[in-house]
Write a protein that binds this ligand. Structure first.
Ligand code: ATP
Ligand code: MG
Length: 155
């Protein structure tokens, strides 16, 4: 299904705007004028929600979350950057593993550790991939690359 990525990301912004405002965060979009892509719209929203909820949870008041989208080299490239706590480098290789949570002992009950594992599965279904880069105390960038077409079936 050809999805209007601009519309979808604008809808997501409207959905998460109240939570960001409450948390004292600025949520901004950096989008081209037109961008459509063959996506499963529900899985796309699920992936974005998982990433945005992480960013909101781990970014202190006064911070910023930016969503950038573009098409590049035959992929839809979506980058979500936050100015939050970041992830220590020794944990970074494991954050896409199911049930992996950084500092699970000190932060019990904040999540199940499935969010990014689901994002990775969704990107596989779209012949794409997801990368993460993070600097403790500075912030995190999650970058999704959606391929030219999603596979026929669900997850
Ligand atoms: P769930 O998403 O299932 O509610 P979760 O958020 O703990 O639980 P993931 O979304 O998979 O699980 O994230 C794994 C871990 O990576 C988190 O527990 C958190 O420690 C770390 N993490 C993810 N995104 C960020 C971020 N933007 N900033 C800092 N840490 C993050
Ligand atoms: Mg999460």
């Amino acid at each position: 299904q050809n999805v209007d990525a601009i519309q979808s990301l604008t809808d997501l912004r409207d959905l998460y705007e109240p939570a960001c405002e409450e948390a004292g965060l600025t949520l901004s979009l950096d989008l081209p004028d037109h961008l459509t892509w063959p996506l499963d719209p529900r899985l796309f929203q699920q992936a974005m929600s998982n990433i945005l909820e992480n960013a909101i949870r781990h970014t202190p008041s006064g911070g910023r979350i930016t969503v950038q989208a573009r098409s590049a080299s035959g992929m839809l490239d979506i980058r979500v950057t936050d100015t939050g706590s970041g992830i220590p480098p020794e944990h970074l290789p494991f954050v896409f593993d199911r049930f992996y949570r950084v500092d699970a002992v000190r932060n019990p009950g904040t999540g199940t550790g499935l969010g990014l594992a689901i994002v990775r599965s969704i990107l596989r279904l779209h012949a794409g991939r997801v990368d993460i880069a993070s600097a403790p105390g500075q912030g995190t960038t999650v970058e999704m690359f959606f391929g030219p077409a999603p596979s026929a079936s669900g997850p």
